[in-house]
Design a protein around this ligand. Sequence first.
Ligand SMILES: NC(=O)c1ccc[n+]([C@@H]2O[C@H](COP(=O)([O-])OP(=O)(O)OC[C@H]3O[C@@H](n4cnc5c(N)ncnc54)[C@H](OP(=O)(O)O)[C@@H]3O)[C@@H](O)[C@H]2O)c1
Length: 232
Amino acid sequence: MPVAIITGASKGLGRALAAALAERGWDLVLDARTESVLGDTARELAGHGGRVHAVAGDVTDAEHRGELIARARALGGLDLLVNNASALGAEPLVRLDALALEGLRRALETNVVAALGLVQQALPLLRASRAGGAVINVSSDAGAEAYETWGGYGASKAALDQLSAVLGAEEPALRVWAVDPGDMGTDLYRAAVPDDADPRPLPGTVVPAFLRLLDERPVSGRYDAPSLLVAS
Ligand SMILES: NC(=O)c1ccc[n+]([C@@H]2O[C@H](COP(=O)([O-])OP(=O)(O)OC[C@H]3O[C@@H](n4cnc5c(N)ncnc54)[C@H](OP(=O)(O)O)[C@@H]3O)[C@@H](O)[C@H]2O)c1
């Protein structure tokens, strides 16, 4: 069966995507920092069919990233890497004039540096994938639009988009998709804007957009989930 690494998979979008792939029989390597929550998720998803390896750790830790790759190799290889774990840089979000530089560094380290680090370590396995290796880098409209207070996080997602675009050009045999999932009612969103009482879609509602990419394998590029959902 195909093998995927999904970072930030204990809850939110990562968990919803992991559940959908588990139902399709994929073997999964999942990470998140909070071991207890990740363990509960992994136990639940293991009942869906495929093998599920939970590896607690922080994606900014190179040793931890190496462990994720090692687990995938032990499962037989790697067909899909999903860089989903993300840092906001400030919780709640603040305007740029108040953004702590350490927060910006944290966002860049988590959302950009760690994502590229995992890609670099994953490339040999992805290139060898018989199904055709793919990378999904989870982006945000904050990387493309100028929303007040979303500047640090948005800058990190813009950088991730550009890494994705160049990687797609450099690795024509792979698929590299940067995907903006749209707003979702998750802990990350609540931490970003705690005063926003408007209901947001649950992460499971955008998973079909990600499955469509995997099924149809369109060219590498930047996609947004609402468009993929409308067109399907
Ligand atoms: N929610 C939205 O409205 C929205 C909109 C656009 C884009 N996105 C993007 O969608 C993706 C998923 O976000 P979400 O809303 O589903 O967030 P979420 O529900 O808060 O889940 C985030 C996941 O990432 C893990 N995580 C965070 N930092 C990590 C780190 N350094 N190392 C390893 N795991 C880490 C968290 O677990 P631990 O805390 O235990 O580590 C959790 O499993 C992110 O890339 C986000 O930027 C979200």
